[in-house]
Design a binder for this molecule. Sequence first.
Ligand code: MG
Length: 203
Amino acid sequence: MKIICIGRNYTEHAKELNNAVPEKPIFFMKPDTAIVRNNDPVYYPEHTKDLHYEAEIVIKICKKGKHINTMFASNYFNEIGIGIDFTARDLQAECKKRGLPWEISKGFDQSAPISEFIDKSNFDIVNGIKFSLSINGTKKQNGNTKDMIFSINHIIAYVSKFVTLKEGDLIFTGTPAGVGPTEINDHFVASIEGKTMLDFVIK
Ligand code: MG
């Protein structure tokens, strides 16, 4: 399986990192070794001094598809969860400055803790899911999928022009404003519609 991540999909987040609001979706990938499950701890990586959190709604692909039409894109995912796109912001700044790929800053091991997944039929509307992240009991990020620049269906259609999507693939759909640094011992709680989905610590 593969993990596809959408960048700059919420206007307020693009602005907070001084990035232009994109005209087309931006995506990059993480390897499967990035995944952390079952609320296992995440170990602060040695290669960064500025590990940032980005809470994101994650969708799970349920059917193989290429060149998927936006109209039919909703048939290609059936489950929704939440995850953290951990980013070594110092390395990413260096990559951006030098025009290099982002993998060392985004694709390292344990950079993608994910929750359990919920069947999408539990939501009235996929384009109106509220989610949030608290660290040590303080709310850090509040998002709603209605604020995405590119909707989930648009993302599936766009990505599948370039990359065949397969059952079990995950798509991180972008983070709202409020990203920031984390430290050892930080306690993360991420929720969807007020329900705790992800609960882990940084070690
Ligand atoms: Mg992200």
